[in-house]
Design a protein around this ligand. Sequence first.
Ligand SMILES: Nc1ncnc2c1ncn2[C@@H]1O[C@H](COP(=O)(O)OP(=O)(O)OP(=O)(O)O)[C@@H](O)[C@H]1O
Length: 383
Amino acid sequence: MTRETGTYRASTYHDETVKAFVPHPLPPANPPLTVEGDLAERHAAAAEAISRLRVAGAMVPDPGWFLYGFVRKEAVLSSQIEGTQATLRDVATFEATSSTDRPDDVEEVCNYVDGLRHARSAIIDPAGLPLSTRLLCDVHRILMRGVRGADKLPGEIRRSQNWIGGSRPGNARFVPPPHEEVAPALAALEKWVHSDDPLPPLVKAGLAHVQFETIHPFLDGNGRIGRMLVTLLVEHWGLLDQPLLYLSVAFKRRQQAYYTHLAAVRTEGDWEGWTAFFLDCVADAANDGVRIAQAIHELTHRDRERVVRHDRATIAAVQLLDRLPSTPVLTVPKARELLGITAPPARKAVDLLEQLGVLRETTGKQRDRVYAYHAYLELLTES
Ligand SMILES: Nc1ncnc2c1ncn2[C@@H]1O[C@H](COP(=O)(O)OP(=O)(O)OP(=O)(O)O)[C@@H](O)[C@H]1O
């Protein structure tokens, strides 16, 4: 969306445009919504899918296995809604080798991963910031690190008018509230999020998202931070013990409907329509998560059996296999570092995993070879 989003400077436009430009009013942070009938059914389906995801998340010995894949997959997809081209493989390769053909794209995805990590540790740490505007500003600062974000006021609420779609506010698809209204609107949203409003948490998370997107507090990155807000809220409210709910895939599948429903809350007060849509996306995303979790479990279990049964299996090879879901691209020096061993056993372990087809060499070179846990990356990319 960045390419369509602009910053309004009064002097750039003719008077008629300025007059024609009326920012859209905010919906209230605590809308009149009751969860009954069809909405109650959709909520039940979403809540059940979340419960299944919670169980699936506990299925593997190391939660880091899922987190690696899920978080990076979300970062890649969330950034692809934005227009970044980096793939999961690009990111994993950069993490293993510190080199990439797409430095800006990969940086954006890595920033997202770091931002989420920062927010989670702040929330968990009793001395850290709670889930608040200040914390979201910190996440924004991390997300906007580097060349692309430098002129987007990293970590700061906007001080000018922005808009979505179109070349100026007068022909924009959506003109968020004036910048003077942003801080009070965020404060009201924060207060409501932490209030004891009896709405079910999943419904509250959806309403927080639409309100956040309508406020559009930053010059860029509002979509990514607003989606991350849902992931954080769901974990914060204890619906999941890990940040396993990622909505980007589900939103991306219905991108037009996503934007239409967001807009309809503001233009028609259609909270029910948005909430129904959001709950369906939650159910979808949670079901995706369960499927991916099971597939990762089956793949790693099968590969482990193959390694353990091999007559030249070594302890290092088994240990290296266990590290692959959180380091799916590696080099021999990286394998040495991971396992704290010398080069010969590390090379032997990598060779065995390559021979079994678990690892695939990706460069075709004789030196500085790079290996990928191909099936795992495919699984995360396709699903
Ligand atoms: N009509 C609308 N009303 C409210 N919010 C909208 C509307 N259309 C899109 N949005 C939200 O604005 C986001 C885009 O804003 P922005 O460009 O600041 O975010 P981004 O994170 O950089 O981009 P993206 O969300 O595309 O990755 C969309 O993802 C969506 O959440």
